[in-house]
Ligand binder design. Structure first.
Ligand SMILES: *Cc1c(COP(=O)(O)O)cnc(C)c1O
Length: 365
């Protein structure tokens, strides 16, 4: 209980909250990891003790996301941002096209990197509507000779999220799932490649997860640096060079925590309940709070909203800060307010925030 009280109301967008149970276990094991007389950080990455941690994390991710056998799970570095470059480097040829679905700042960054290697184009874009929406499936354009179709499953900055994913026939579908992986079940087999920086839903920063269909590995370009080939990491079980061992250990413990709660369906239920608390405060405010995302595209992970003018917004953010709510300001590129309610953010944190919103409205409405 005391521990709970000392924990901040953490709505940071990334790096973000980690489960308290996981932090405590890591603390317990820090100086003597399971009888080895050293911390996980001090183990050789070639040791049996570390390999068990590594392989268990891979196995747990496969189990929790029901990843089929024809996929490899890779642990990479460089964040999701390096994936923006690695994808076209591996799979786009100079004369080839790739279709990018534009739903926010991260799609724009991914698109810009692809331009360095080939001819990306917009499959669809909701930019004209301030990225308030996810496009309809029938709006997506692509051709069967495109190298791939790329989408961003959850738009961390604008607060929109795909509710379901399209079936893309004849072209590999690639998904940036950095901010909603493991928050809900989805059909992995619709994708040829999924990637995610760990620091939102999976663990600490420094690890990037890639889930790649094996046949895609064979189609990759070969004239690229060894470390930037997916096949290098696939062939070596992500142990070609020294992996971020402590981050992978933490990721494994976060996965264990999710499994212990009851798995992905239980996590989804919790995420829906948490987000509802805050969306209700917006929807029942009679326009005092204005959600940025259209209702059909609302994210369960990043809840974005504005108040009627910047002055009131400033006051809201200052009072939120005073009450101990951390990370509620919107991304520096768009302003406004944002509550990131990732897997590890407790229900109580969201409840306290929704109550704060109601109370602020009562005194300032
Ligand atoms: C945070 C984020 C990124 C950037 O991740 P880094 O690991 O910092 O490179 C990319 N895409 C999405 C959707 C994100 O939320």
């Amino acid at each position: 209980m005391i521990d709970q009280l000392q924990r901040a109301y953490n709505f940071n967008a990334g790096p973000s909250a980690l489960p308290l149970d996981v932090l405590k276990k890591a603390q317990e094991e820090l100086v003597d990891f399971r009888g080895t007389g050293m911390s996980v950080m001090e183990l050789s990455h070639r040791s049996a003790a570390y390999e068990e941690v590594h392989n268990q994390a891979i196995a747990l991710l496969k189990e929790l996301l029901s990843i089929p056998d024809n996929y490899e799970v890779l642990f990479l570095q460089g964040g999701a941002s390096l994936q923006f470059s690695m994808i076209p480097m591996n799979f786009l040829k100079p004369e080839q096209k790739a279709a990018y679905v534009m739903t926010g700042s991260w799609s724009e960054k991914a698109f810009a990197e692809a331009k360095l290697f080939g001819n990306p184009y917009h499959s669809a874009s909701t930019k004209d509507g301030q990225y308030r929406q996810i496009p309809k499936f029938e709006e997506l354009q692509y051709n069967t000779d495109d190298a791939y179709v790329h989408l961003t499953s959850n738009n961390t900055i604008y607060g929109t999220q795909w509710k379901d994913f399209p079936v893309i026939e004849g072209v590999p579908l690639i998904g940036d799932m950095s901010s909603d992986i493991l928050s809900r079940p989805f059909d992995v087999s619709k994708f040829a490649l999924i990637y995610a920086g760990a620091q939102k839903n999976l663990g600490p920063s420094g690890v990037t997860v890639a889930i790649i269909r094996k046949d895609l590995l064979e189609k990759a370009n070969t004239n690229i640096p060894t470390m930037l080939k997916y096949s290098t990491h696939a062939k070596n079980n992500s142990l070609y060079n020294t992996p971020p061992t402590f981050g992978i250990y933490m990721l494994g413990e976060v996965l264990n925590w999710v499994k212990g709660l009851g798995g992905i369906h239980e996590i989804t239920k919790r995420n829906e309940e948490k987000a509802k608390l805050i969306y209700d405060a917006i929807d029942l405010s009679n326009g005092f709070y204005n959600g940025h995302a259209e209702k059909d595209s609302r994210s369960l992970m990043n809840i974005t909203f504005r108040l009627k003018d910047e002055e009131l917004e400033k006051k809201f953010l200052a009072e939120a800060k005073k009450e101990g709510f951390i990370g509620v300001n919107g991304h520096r590129s768009v302003g406004g307010c944002r509550a990131s309610t990732y897997n590890a953010v407790p229900y109580e944190t969201c409840k306290a925030f929704s109550e704060f919103m109601v109370q602020f409205q009562q005194t300032n409405g």
